[in-house]
Design a protein around this ligand. Structure first.
Ligand SMILES: Nc1ncnc2c1ncn2[C@@H]1O[C@H](COP(=O)(O)OP(=O)(O)OP(=O)(O)O)[C@@H](O)[C@H]1O
Length: 252
């Protein structure tokens, strides 16, 4: 039996006012994929995620998620926005942040016990359940990213969209994060924006390159020439096949 497509984009273009950002995009993402979206700053990665969420309408062409419109599929999508776009200066606990993922489902602005159970389960999933009552701003960068993933998981999604979940975290936390994501990938499709090709190429199944146009590659084809084509040679490659020690960089 053929694997169902979670995302189907046909001849899609998008412009902010008169400014073309994405042009003639054709993209399919099969169920169970774990793909990373890469490309230079301003290439259109976040815009593509917003189109998938139905927050922006395409200027032309079509987008289907789970065979229907992005707006109708939104309940099946978990979204973690870019860390830098979040303002959590107001006093909220880890549980409060996780519960925000249930806002679309809760009635009359009140969380039910089912919402609370879902938030607790999501926090357990990312190993942050012991921090429920901790103030969000008191957490480290890696812990915050995990809570934000729990928020996205709270809606029990079938498609998880993550916008640069590895920004602001060290290599160890990044490894933990990818272990969590690999586990989640057994039950959901994952699309993740990252500039960190060196690490993601070891764990993801395909790479979606976004630079006004969109090209999909299996991870095995990533090499220096391709990276230069995507980033115009400007990417600061982060290597994960070496370790640092007192003697400097050591290759595995
Ligand atoms: N609300 C907006 N109004 C007008 N232009 C916008 C808006 N949001 C983004 N853009 C422009 O669209 C282009 C693509 O932006 P987008 O945020 O999708 O890029 P990106 O690939 O996610 O970049 P980065 O790697 O820096 O996060 C950029 O040129 C940006 O300036």
């Amino acid at each position: 039996m053929e694997t169902p497509q979670v995302v189907e984009i046909k001849n899609m273009s998008f412009a902010y006012q008169a400014r073309n950002v994405l042009k003639d995009v054709n993209l399919t993402v099969p169920q169970g994929d774990f793909a990373t979206i890469v490309g230079p700053n301003g290439g259109g990665k976040t815009t593509l995620l917003k189109l998938l969420l139905g927050l922006l309408p395409p200027s032309s062409g079509t987008i289907k998620i789970f065979g229907t419109s992005p707006a109708k599929s939104r309940v099946k999508i978990g979204y973690m926005p870019q860390y830098s776009h979040l303002d959590m200066q107001f006093p909220v606990t880890v549980m409060d942040v996780a519960l925000m993922g249930r806002l679309a489902r809760c009635k009359w602005g009140r969380y039910s016990s089912r919402d609370r159970d879902a938030a607790a389960t999501a926090l357990e999933e990312v190993k942050m359940d012991t921090f429920k009552e901790t103030h969000f701003n008191a957490l480290s960068g890696g812990q915050k990213q995990r809570v934000l993933i729990a928020r996205a998981l709270c809606s029990e999604p079938e498609l998880l969209l993550l916008d640069e979940p590895t920004s602001n975290i060290d290599q160890e936390s990044e490894k933990d994060l990818f272990n969590i994501l690999q586990r989640l990938n057994h039950r959901m499709t994952i699309l993740l924006v990252s500039h960190d090709l060196g690490f993601t190429s070891q764990v993801v199944k395909s790479v979606i390159c976004v630079n006004r146009q969109v090209v999909i590659h299996p991870t095995t084809t990533i090499d220096g020439t391709m990276i230069k084509d995507i980033y115009g040679g400007d990417l600061k490659m982060i290597r994960h096949d070496h370790r640092c020690c007192e003697m400097g960089h050591m290759h595995d």
